[in-house]
Design a protein around this ligand. Structure first.
Ligand SMILES: *[C@@H]1O[C@H](CO)[C@@H](O)[C@H](O)[C@H]1NC(C)=O
Length: 192
């Protein structure tokens, strides 16, 4: 199967930059859903790269970079057979709830870290999660309502270190988020 994400336009960084700017606009709250689906996988690849940079920076960080309390995070391991057998709403729920959990976890990490270099990595990661939500909205992926506090969520676990959290964040983006985008019906027809 052709990877349709590669079919769009000339591969230049100006185009990617324009897409990113558009996403920053779109990820502002209270704007109507965009009409055009964002199917360019380079956008996600860029966010994955930044997540990897954050992970790397955390691994070498020696001071002011710890997580104050353990946080709930999504499972990142992908079993393709299980994934393929899920319907679109189940896949959307799994990714959207995972992104929501990661957002909460990164907010907590932001308040417990004092290292300024790490702050900028965490801030980018948070912005990128919002942009990913904007991409999902553009693809008409089902949205998610956060649960009442105290409700135990299925398919989650806890991590207690900052490096584990950023590792989970990275793996979630390059695993389930990527799979959901690759399978998005809004991106399956040919670009003409
Ligand atoms: C998806 O699967 C869930 C659980 O099996 C089911 O409750 C739901 O109705 C299904 N949704 C669709 C759109 O088929």
């Amino acid at each position: 199967m052709l990877d349709r994400w590669d079919l769009i336009g000339p591969n230049n960084s100006i185009r990617l930059f324009a897409l990113l700017l558009m996403l920053l606009e779109l990820s502002r709250p209270a704007l109507p859903s965009p009409v055009r689906p964002i199917c360019d996988l380079r956008v996600l690849n860029h966010f994955i790269k930044e997540a990897r940079d954050a992970d790397t920076a955390m691994k070498v960080c020696r001071e002011g970079c710890s997580l104050a309390q353990s946080v709930t995070v999504p499972q990142t391991r992908v079993d393709f057979e299980v994934w393929e057998n899920k319907n679109a709403s189940e896949q959307a729920l799994e990714v959207q709830s995972g992104l929501w959990l990661l957002q909460q976890a990164l907010n907590l990490l932001r308040t417990s870290v004092t290292n300024t270099e790490l702050h900028s990595h965490i801030d980018s990661s948070t912005r990128n999660l919002q942009s990913i939500s904007a991409v999902l909205r553009s693809l008409n992926i089902q949205e998610y309502s956060p649960p009442q506090t105290g409700v135990e969520q299925e398919g989650t676990w806890t991590v207690s270190s900052a490096t584990d959290l950023l590792q989970v964040h990275l793996n979630f983006l390059r695993g389930k988020v990527r799979l959901l985008l690759l399978g998005a019906p809004a991106c399956q027809h040919d670009v003409s």
